[in-house]
Design a protein around this ligand. Structure first.
Ligand code: SF4
Ligand code: SF4
Length: 132
């Protein structure tokens, strides 16, 4: 697993361990690993990117990393004509593989991951709150 993926997973794990201290770290860890590494194609869609533009801080990190000639240091010089890959980012589709780029410096990736994983963890919280 790339070091950047490990960094991302550690960040998300800490976030949910702090948020839901009543849940076991093993349960949280299993959900995170399955969502981000095991089967991201089941949980992330291109529509999520289109539906959540506010998650992007427009920090330019992704463009800077690519050393794209259209990046002027602050924004894209050809924003209207940017490629599908750029429009989709952080969602990716490579053949049948889909998911999100796990980059801890991308707020969009982090917020999408938190949103999806939170929905998956919530049923365990609700179940926990039932009094038997
Ligand atoms: S790195 Fe992420 S948050 Fe920053 S501009 Fe790119 S998509 Fe948006
Ligand atoms: S084309 Fe624009 S949005 Fe795409 S990587 Fe280059 S600067 Fe960024």
């Amino acid at each position: 697993m790339p070091f950047s993926d490990i960094q991302f997973i550690k960040f998300i794990l800490k976030f949910f361990n702090d948020k839901y201290p009543q849940l076991s770290i093993d349960l949280i860890s299993d959900i995170i690993e399955e969502t981000l590494i095991g089967a991201p194609n089941l949980f992330f869609t291109r529509e999520m990117v289109l539906d959540n533009p506010d998650f992007c801080l427009k920090c330019g990190f992704c463009c800077r990393e690519l050393e794209c000639s259209n990046f002027n240091g602050e924004s894209c010089d050809d924003y209207e004509n940017r490629s599908k890959v750029c429009r989709d980012y952080p969602f990716y589709e490579i053949g049948f593989d889909t998911g999100i780029s796990l980059d801890v410096q991308c707020n969009f990736s982090i917020k999408l991951a938190e949103m999806v994983i939170d929905k998956r963890i919530k049923p365990y919280i609700d179940f926990d709150s039932y009094e038997i």
